[in-house]
Design a binder for this molecule. Structure first.
Ligand code: PMP
Length: 354
């Protein structure tokens, strides 16, 4: 830290992204990326892109992509906010709506407390149930900005639409952010609630099911007023937050929507197959509605599984939080990648005498 850093950031603990090592080729199951490439339409849009036009700024309103997303989700384009990945929106949400503090589950996306601390938003957490599900009754009506990842990360466990609605309905005077980064892998989206609730902000991303993590594109759907608040913060920080190429690629992705739905179905099928094989080996895990499994094995230290997988060329995600030290989060890759993971896991168990 330099002596110049504003003292208010001196104690800030930043988010730790999953590792992206370059020392060798890994089977990468640690950051919930899609194992499949973006749609052929996205690849052709990239090939045909007008690179000379990069001298010009991007459309700060992202009009064309917003209209397409509005059509897809049955809202008006004034209800769509675009961003440089959905982390950007979560950042804005804490900045914009956290004046009465925030609340989220005790085990969830580890970026939420970072954003809260960054913006000086005091926060509380509510414990998960034993089976890792979020207790909607405790989360509801806390009188604060409420942030709910559905499905939750790193567990993959989803709440039903009725449970999400109970949280949104309980506190009409505070914003409820439903982070749907993983919703396309089996959970119900809260988008249908938007016409009823003006305190609901649904946050989505092109990073997971649409295979575009590297393009950095996220969006939020909400009431016009909420979207205008986010726009205000965007124009106060970075008006051209989504670059020209990404806007174009995003449009192509929306135009070829069936492609990502098909990939999501494949990933869900691989998920159930993998979960079954891991359970046969003695692993346990909550039922996941996301593109990852949150697994543990009695007698096997989570860190040991992570390290041994890494030395065998498979990256999975282990978290430093002592409450989940026995667990690892494993992204669903291709069938071949998952077969390799199951095989290595089996060998590691044998080595450990389990
Ligand atoms: N929400 C959750 C729950 C996530 O796991 C992630 C990915 N780390 C994000 C949001 C942000 O994804 P992105 O910024 O790539 O849209």
């Amino acid at each position: 830290m330099s002596r110049f850093l504003n003292h208010k950031y001196a104690g800030l603990t930043a988010y730790t992204p999953g590792e992206q090592p370059r020392d060798r080729q890994y089977i990468k199951l640690n950051t919930n990326e899609s194992p499949y490439p973006p749609s052929p339409a996205v690849l052709s849009a990239l090939e045909e892109a007008d690179v000379a036009a990069l001298r010009l700024y991007s459309d700060p309103e992202g009009t064309s992509l917003r209209e397409k997303l509005a059509g897809l989700y049955g809202v008006e384009s004034g209800q769509v906010f675009l961003s440089n990945g959905s982390d950007d929106i979560l950042n804005f949400a804490f900045m914009a709506f956290g004046s009465d503090g925030a609340v989220f589950p005790s085990l969830t996306y580890s970026f939420y407390p970072v954003f809260a601390n960054l913006h000086g938003v005091p926060y509380e957490t509510v414990p998960l149930r034993e089976d890792f599900s979020v207790d909607a009754a405790i989360l509801a009506g806390q009188g604060k900005l409420t942030v709910l990842a559905n499905p939750n990360a790193p567990t993959g466990v989803a709440l039903s639409l009725e449970q999400v609605e109970s949280v949104v309905a309980a506190d009409p005077n505070h914003v409820v952010v439903v982070d749907e980064a993983y919703v396309d892998f089996g959970a119900q989206s809260a988008v249908t609630l938007l016409e009823k609730y003006d305190n609901l902000l649904v946050v989505m991303t092109f990073s997971k099911s649409r295979s575009m993590a590297g393009a950095r594109l996220g969006f939020a759907l909400g009431s016009r007023d909420l979207i205008q608040d986010l726009e205000k913060l965007k124009y106060a920080t970075n008006p051209y937050n989504v670059n020209r190429l990404t806007l174009k690629l995003g449009e192509a992705a929306v135009d070829s929507n069936e492609y990502f739905r098909e990939n999501a179905r494949r990933i869900m099928a691989t998920r159930s197959e993998t979960a079954q094989r891991l359970r046969d080996l003695g692993f346990s895990m909550p039922d996941s509605q996301a593109n990852f499994l949150f697994l543990t094995h009695p007698g096997l230290d989570g860190e040991v599984l992570y390290q041994k997988c890494k030395s065998r060329g498979i990256l999975i995600r282990h978290f430093s939080d002592p409450a989940i030290a026995g667990y690892n989060r494993v992204t669903i890759g291709t069938e071949t990648e998952m077969a390799a993971f199951v095989q290595e896991a089996e060998e590691i168990l044998r080595e450990e005498g389990l």
